[in-house]
Design a protein around this ligand. Sequence first.
Ligand SMILES: [Zn+2]
Length: 385
Amino acid sequence: MKTEALYDKDAFARDFVGKVISCEEVKLEDKTAYKVVLDKTVFFPEQGGQTSDIGTLDEVQVIDVQIEDDVIYHYCLSGFLIGEEVHGVIDWEHRFNNMQQHTGEHIFTGIAHNTYGADNVGFHLSDNTVTLDLNIELSDEQVDYIEKRANEIIASDVAVKAYYPNQQLLGAINYRSKKEINGAVRLVEIEGVDLCACCAPHVKTTGQVGVLKVISFGKYKGGTRVYILCGLRALADYNRRMKLLEQSYQLLNCKDDEVPEKVAGLMEDKRQLEYRICDIKAGMLTNQIETISPDLTDVTIFMEDLDAKTMRDGVNTLVEKHDGLCAIFSGNDEDGYNFVIGSKTRDCAAIATGLRELLGAKGGGSKQMAQGNVAATRNQIENTL
Ligand SMILES: [Zn+2]
């Protein structure tokens, strides 16, 4: 017996009394649940890319709702007796929020379709994100236009109607549809904006969507994926972003519109400091090289924060003065070391191979010079060399 879908006729019905038709114990990943079928329900099941309603049946939590062959299954945390009457209540805040997002999607896609000929090829509405996929690539200007137009339509408060036209009429109507539909086609119409086959509940007028904001968009499978937020979700997201901005300008001690300039300035200061550190470190390395007795063979230097050029220059200087292996390691025991090795008398490529085999080092080079990095401690490196 198919479940009577009360949400189909009245998207604003929040509760109902239904009779238990069947109740089956099922094992979910981490718990036992009861799969309950009622003669009717206001719970919208997961379908068409939208997650299900949640709520309660006689105070028992409904954690998920699924539909198969027009039978709606409520996944509940306790069971019920067959024939029992239960009072069902949906989480209205959750539902209304979903209806705002879903109706916003119709408005956005309807405009994209009418203005640019885009077809909707995907829709996903979860508790965190709302995405819609279009089959054409949209430019920044086009997305800006759709967003602005969508908000004008929201402000003009157009009615959102759902109905089942008869088959004869249906053949003559040009409506959007994501897939071939078996059985009766339910059309959702926003006059002058969109006409689309859809089974989900929607708000009554576009004004109830509140606001539509594009969060981001990008190329996706030859078309465009657009992230939107509507109504109260958009407000929550606005508040979250305001808080982030507030934290940033307080930390930077500036006005909100000065944040990008301040951050760019700090990054430039950091670059300049890094150059200075490199210069100072290069000087320190030169000093250390000068203090080494020219009679010494096999010289190894460990020092933090050396850049690759300084290390190569240092090794070249060492090789002119010393026989055997000349090596400079830059880094620390926690993060590992970069190295440059050089020699007039020994085969550096072979030594690099040895470091690779014994310590898992990466890199290589020629007989005269090799470089790379190794995740090992100074002790391990010294013992290996
Ligand atoms: Zn819809």
